[in-house]
Design a protein around this ligand. Structure first.
Ligand code: ARG
Length: 573
């Protein structure tokens, strides 16, 4: 199978539309939503009829007469003003199941391979990672996994903030602190930053030294550079410990921070000037983009060099686009960054194309996301109003999960309960984030994310263990058994299983993991219904073998799907 199910149906309906003279008319195939509408529905006929001033029902009849779904559909019906309702044949559905079972990637067809750069996590290294970085890290990592699964070459880029005036202050303070207490002072980065900042605010002499260090750092002074490097190392170590705990695939090699573009910044600005894009405005170098107007209707200024000669976030991002497209040869670049930076990215993309750093064909996408809110609907903070450290949040997740697991399995050895608590706690935090449409803000709630009911990680993990327990009770399962879909619940489960490829493709296309979460939740729900309606272990012969095959494919799909989201599954819990 080279196409997903929707792609296949779409191609066929479109071909039929073309046969009756509607070339280039979209087929618009979607899952039908209601059993009486069949399994899939094509909605394109109405628009095609409208633009040709034809009777839609009549056109639908012509399309259906020309539609070749031999061996795929058992029924094709016209409904309402010209919907085409398609019911798949049980034999075809069964063949999809067999194909998926026999394939290491569950038979998911691969799209044309691309080189995709994903910019994610990208914390500021001056401070410790806090919950604000959680969404970028989790969403970005799920996207990296999904795109790799689909055969793309994914190049992760951790565009850390490792440059700028704060680092003068931090390195100056590092020298002082080392004389006092050595390495220890850096075990709590947040505290280190606070103390350095206090020194900076309260001691003019120290502040001067900090500023001098910035100049030295930027000028390449060996001693200051070494201190800066040491600071970065420790800070990155903190990040890596969190990545490990979160099960995030980012590695040291993926780090390419703002400082990596330092030497390119003057080159970029000179290039923009030479191309007539950057002009001087009040001593700064600025690009006026007609596409972005301010309230007065004048083009907005995108500053690329400050009055004092310093460069900005925007300048390093321009250099990064050049690198990603020019050197890394990216066909697509995803920026998994807070939605509040939307304007910055729109301007960056527009300017990058104008300057020739990206071509029209390069897909540049800001994968924005909303903020994490507390139970009270306000930005997520500690009780005292501080930002929540990521390490504390993950600790609490595991502790809460441990309590839950212990309530359910008092007799289980502690180490086993801890393993489960890790998978459930971290899984719950990740899934709660991934399952929401990333564009909206989302409410962080321990109770709902750790619930064993509803669209949560524990529910899906539990569904998986439930199937694993079936297989523990089976002596032999016939791996080659034929699949027969006779009961409605069997058919519904098979239909759901057949949707996997489309769900994964949707995640990649829209850079939106919630499509996969919604899919897995539906799948688990259909499995539970099937399991209630159709006895597996108590059935016999070919029926039992066929049902076991459906159980196997459901387990494989849940396992693969959760794996693509970066969530662990367990055999028991
Ligand atoms: N360090 C930035 C921040 O914490 C995010 C960087 C995102 N990536 C980028 N290429 N601008 O806000």
């Amino acid at each position: 199978m080279k196409q997903t199910l929707i792609e296949l149906l779409d191609t066929r309906v479109r071909a039929a539309l073309a046969t009756v003279g509607c070339t280039d008319a979209p087929a618009i195939v979607t899952p039908a939503g209601r059993p009486e509408f069949g399994d899939y529905q094509a909605n394109g006929v109405m628009a095609a009829a409208k633009s040709r001033k034809m009777n839609p029902r009549q056109l639908a009849e012509e399309v259906v007469a020309a539609l070749d779904l031999e061996g795929i559909a058992s029924k094709v019906e016209i409904a309402g003003p010209g919907f085409i309702n398609i019911t798949l044949s049980p034999e075809y559905l069964a063949s999809l199941m067999t194909n998926a079972l026999g394939n290491s990637n569950l038979g998911v067809p691969l799209p044309p391979a691309q080189r995709v750069v994903i910019d994610y996590s990208s914390p500021n290294l001056a401070k410790e990672m806090h919950v604000g970085h959680l969404r970028s890290t989790i969403i970005g990592d799920a996207l990296a996994r999904v795109l790799r699964f689909l055969g793309h070459t994914v190049i992760a880029q951790n565009h850390v903030g490792d440059w700028g005036t704060q680092f003068g202050m931090l390195t100056a303070y590092l020298i002082e602190a080392e004389q006092e207490g050595g390495e220890m002072v850096l075990s709590d980065l947040e505290d280190f930053y606070r103390r350095a900042k206090r020194r900076f605010d309260e001691d003019a002499e120290f502040a001067d030294r900090a500023r001098e260090y910035v100049v030295k750092l930027q000028g390449g002074d060996a001693q200051v550079r070494a201190l800066w490097q040491k600071f970065l190392d420790i800070s990155l170590h903190h990040c890596e410990a969190l990545y490990l705990r979160l099960g995030v695939t980012l590695k040291r090699e993926d780090v390419r921070g703002e400082s990596a573009y330092n030497d390119d910044l003057p080159v970029v600005v000179a290039d923009l000037q030479a191309k007539g894009l950057a002009v001087e405005s009040q001593g700064a170098q600025v690009v006026f983009l007609d596409e972005f107007k301010n309230k007065e209707g004048e083009p907005q200024a995108y500053i690329v060099r400050k009055q004092d000669g310093g460069y900005l976030y925007s300048t390093s991002d321009l250099a990064a686009v050049r690198y990603r497209v020019g050197i890394l040869k990216a066909d697509r670049v995803l920026y998994v960054v807070d939605a509040r930076q939307a304007l910055h990215f729109q301007q960056l993309f527009t300017l990058s194309r104008k300057a020739g750093y990206a071509t029209e064909a390069t897909q540049l996408e800001h994968v924005g996301f909303g903020v994490m809110l507390g139970d009270d609907g306000r930005p997520f903070k500690t009780r005292s109003g501080d930002t929540v450290k990521l390490v504390d949040l993950l600790q609490e997740a595991e502790e809460r999960a441990f309590t839950l697991v212990s309530e359910k399995n008092e007799a289980m050895p502690k180490a086993d309960r801890q393993t489960i608590a890790h998978a459930v706690g971290i899984g719950a935090v990740k899934y709660a984030d991934l399952s929401k449409n990333r564009n909206s803000d989302y409410m962080f709630s321990w109770n709902s994310m750790l619930s064993f009911e509803g669209n949560t990680a524990p529910y899906l993990q539990y569904a998986y263990t439930r199937i694993q327990s079936v297989f523990r009770k089976v002596q032999t399962a016939d791996e080659g058994a034929a699949i027969a879909l006779t009961e409605p619940a069997e058919r519904q489960l098979a239909l759901e299983l057949a949707r996997f490829a489309d769900a994964v493709h949707a995640v990649s296309r829209e850079a939106a993991p919630h499509f996969l979460c919604g899919y897995l939740y539906d799948l688990a729900t259909h499995f539970m219904r099937f399991y209630e309606a159709c006895p597996v272990l108590k059935s016999e012969g070919a029926v039992r073998d066929s049902r076991l095959r459906l159980c196997r494919l459901t387990a494989d799909t849940l396992n693969t799907g959760l794996g693509l989201l970066g969530i662990e599954t367990l055999d028991v819990m």
